[in-house]
Design a protein around this ligand. Sequence first.
Ligand code: FES
Length: 68
Amino acid sequence: MEQEQTTPGTEILIKAAGPIVIASKCIVTKADGTVEIKEKASFCGCGHSANKPYCDGSHKKYMESTPA
Ligand code: FES
């Protein structure tokens, strides 16, 4: 029996110690209630961004200073 394939509507990429990337158009409702429509969005998954909820690239600096 052939397995049925479905196509998901949204691709979400979770990077190790880095951002969570929504790779398609999305609506972002922030904690303060503001709403933004994005073609794609990268959310901070490391906790170090100065522009939360979005990634500002700070995870790269954090990873460099953290021993493996
Ligand atoms: S994941 Fe990039 S700043 Fe946090």
